[in-house]
Design a binder for this molecule. Structure first.
Ligand code: NAD
Length: 494
C-alpha cells in the first residue's frame, strides 16, 4: 500500500487502512460541513466495498501478526501510550471535533477529548487487573478437577458510531476492544469523520502494529456501514446510534450469528419531587436538556414535576433556557448548532408538532436570528413546553434537540408510571431530598442507568447501556469484557 496523504485532518479526510491513509478506490467523495456556519470545510473520501473489505482483511491479518502475539503487558503499554498521545495532541483533536460538530470548545475540551484519552487508560487498567473464574470440582472417581476460564479476543470488531460525541463514543468501544486483544474497523458518522481519522496518526505515532485500528468513511445502507456489517470476517458489531439503525444492523449480524452490543435511542424522563433542592434541579436539568444542544442520548426530554413546585420550576428553567446564546461562538453561554440542516429540519418539525398537539410554548420554539459568520449555521432556540398530553408524539418520540415537555403530577406512583410508560429504557433522573424515596423510586425506574440528584456523573467502571429499545448489553469496566472477549472454560482432571 502507498500513502496518498501524510495528514488526514486538513480539508482532505481519508480512510485509514492497514496503517496507511487512503482515498476511496472508486474516487467518491462527500462534503464535510461545519454546522456552526453551514460552510463546506472539507472533502471526505468515501470507502468503496473493496476498501471496506481491505480494512477487514487488514484487521484479520493483524490478529495473527505481532498484535496477536503480544503479551498483555505489551498491549497495555501501547494502549496507555495512545491515551498519552491523545492528551499531547489534544489541541488537534479539539480543532477537529469543533470543526465537525460546531460544539462549544469548552464542551469538547472538558468532555469529548479528555474522555477520548480516559477510555484507553481506563480499559488498560481493567485488563491489567482482570479477574478470572475457577472452580475446584469433585470428580466421580473421588478425585479432583480444576475448571478455569480463559478469555480470548473475539476477533475483528466493527465499531459503528454516531455524531454527537464522536471521539468519546468511538474510543469507548475501541479502548476495550484493543485492551482485550481484538482489532477494529471503525465507521464514524458521515457527519463527523475527523477525529476517527486523526486517531490513525496517533496509532502510527505510538507504534501500533498496522491493521489493528482501521477507519472507513461513508454512510449507512448501500455504503461503508452496510459493507462493513455484511462482511463475514467481522466477528462482532458494536454500534451506537438510532434504534431503527440498530434493527437494520441486527439483520446483518444474524448472518453468521454474530454478537452485537447496542447503545440506542432514548426518551429519558426526570421526576422532580416538591422536596427537591430546586437550585440543584435547575442546574442539573438545564444541563441535561440543553448540553450539546440536546444531542445527548442521556438527555432529558420529559420532565414530571410535583404540582406544588411546578410554576416555580417553569420560571427557573425558563430563565436557564433564555440564558443560552445560540450562535454566539466564543461566548461562555454559547449554544452550538444542531449537527446538520437535515437534523435542524427534523427538530423544527417536532417544534411545529408540539404546537399542533396543544403545547404552550413557554420559551423558544423557533430559529434564532443570528448575524455574521454563524448566520448559515443550523441553530434552533432552546425550548420548553407545557400543556402536552403524556401520550402526544412529542412526549413519546426521541427528538434529540434542546427541548423538553414538562407535565405536573400529584402522587409518586403516578410519576413512576408516567416515567416508565415508554418503549425506551436508557436513563432517568430522580430529584428529591427524601432518602427513602430516592432509593425506592430509583429502583422502580425501568432503565439501564438512574441518576439521583445529578446527571451524567460517569464512573467508567460502571455498567452502561439501556433496556427495552434503548439497547442490548452493557459496556463499562469489567462489563465490557463480556462483549469484547470470548470465554473458554478449561477443565483439567488432576
Ligand atoms: P444513526 O443510527 O443515524 O447513525 C449511526 C451510525 O450508523 C452512523 O455511522 C451511520 O452512518 C451508521 N449507519 C446508518 N445506517 C446504517 C446501516 N444500515 N448499516 C450500518 N451502519 C449504518 O444515529 P445518529 O443520527 O448518528 O446518532 C443519533 C442517535 O444515536 C440517537 O438516536 C441517539 O439517542 C443515539 N445515541 C445513543 C447513545 C447511547 O449510548 N445509547 C449514545 C449516543 C447516541
Amino acid at each position: 500500500m502507498t500513502s496518498d496523504m501524510s495528514r488526514p485532518v486538513t480539508d482532505t479526510i481519508l480512510n485509514f487502512i492497514g496503517g496507511v491513509y487512503r482515498r476511496g478506490s472508486d474516487g467518491k467523495t462527500f462534503a464535510n460541513v461545519n454546522p456552526a456556519t453551514g460552510q463546506h470545510i472539507g472533502l471526505v473520501h468515501e470507502a468503496s466495498k473493496a476498501d471496506v473489505d481491505a480494512a477487514v482483511a487488514a484487521a484479520k491479518t493483524a490478529l495473527n501478526g505481532p498484535w496477536g502475539r503480544m503479551t498483555t503487558a505489551e498491549r497495555i503499554k501501547l494502549i496507555t501510550a495512545v491515551a498519552a498521545e491523545i492528551e499531547r495532541r489534544s489541541e488537534d483533536f479539539l480543532e477537529a471535533e469543533v470543526a465537525d460538530t460546531g460544539k462549544p470548545r469548552h464542551v469538547a475540551s472538558h468532555i469529548d477529548i479528555p474522555r477520548g484519552a480516559a477510555n484507553f487508560r481506563m480499559f488498560a487498567d481493567v485488563i491489567a487487573t482482570m479477574p478470572t473464574e475457577s472452580f475446584a470440582t469433585d470428580t466421580p472417581d473421588g478425585g479432583r478437577a480444576l475448571n478455569y476460564v480463559a478469555r480470548k479476543p473475539k476477533g475483528v470488531i466493527a465499531v459503528i458510531c454516531p455524531w454527537n460525541f464522536p471521539l468519546l463514543l468511538m474510543t469507548w468501544k475501541v479502548g476495550p476492544a484493543l485492551a482485550c486483544g481484538n482489532t477494529v474497523v471503525v465507521k464514524p458518522s458521515e457527519e463527523t469523520p475527523r477525529t476517527a481519522a486523526l486517531l490513525g496518526e496517533v496509532m502510527n505515532a505510538v507504534g501500533m502494529p498496522e491493521g489493528v485500528y482501521n477507519v472507513v468513511h461513508g454512510f449507512g445502507a448501500g455504503s461503508a456501514g452496510e459493507f462493513l456489517t455484511s462482511n463475514k470476517d467481522v466477528d462482532a458489531i458494536t454500534f451506537t446510534g438510532e434504534t431503527g439503525t440498530g434493527q437494520a444492523i441486527m439483520q446483518k449480524a444474524a448472518i453468521g450469528v454474530r454478537d452485537v452490543s447496542f447503545e440506542l435511542g432514548g426518551k429519558n424522563p426526570a421526576i422532580v419531587f416538591a422536596d427537591a433542592d430546586l437550585d440543584k434541579v435547575v442546574e442539573g436539568l438545564s444541563r441535561s436538556v440543553f448540553l450539546n444542544t440536546g444531542q445527548v442520548c442521556l438527555g432529558t426530554e420529559r420532565v414530571y414535576v410535583e404540582r406544588p413546585l411546578f410554576d416555580e420550576f417553569i420560571r427557573r428553567m425558563t430563565m436557564a433556557a433564555q440564558a443560552f446564546k445560540p450562535g454566539a461562538a466564543g461566548d461562555p453561554a454559547y449554544l452550538g448548532p444542531l449537527i446538520s440542516a437535515e437534523h435542524q429540519e427534523k427538530v423544527l418539525g417536532y417544534y411545529a408538532k408540539a404546537v399542533a398537539e396543544g403545547a404552550t410554548v413557554v420559551t423558544g420554539g423557533g430559529v434564532p436570528e443570528i448575524d455574521g459568520a454563524q448566520g448559515g449555521g443550523f441553530y434552533v432556540e432552546p425550548t420548553l413546553w407545557t400543556g402536552l398530553a403524556h401520550d402526544s408524539t412529542v412526549m413519546r418520540e426521541e427528538i434529540f434537540g434542546p427541548c423538553c415537555g414538562v407535565i405536573p403530577f400529584d402522587a409518586e406512583d403516578e410519576a413512576v408510571a408516567l416515567a416508565n410508560d415508554t418503549e425506551y429504557g436508557l436513563c432517568a433522573t430522580v430529584w428529591t431530598e427524601n432518602l427513602s424515596r430516592a432509593h425506592r423510586v430509583a429502583a422502580e425506574m425501568r432503565v439501564g442507568v438512574c441518576w439521583v440528584n445529578c446527571w451524567f456523573l460517569r464512573d467508567l467502571r460502571t455498567a452502561f447501556g439501556g433496556s427495552g429499545q434503548s439497547g442490548i448489553g452493557r459496556e463499562g469496566g469489567v462489563h465490557s469484557l463480556e462483549f469484547y472477549t470470548e470465554i473458554q472454560n478449561i477443565c483439567v482432571k488432576l
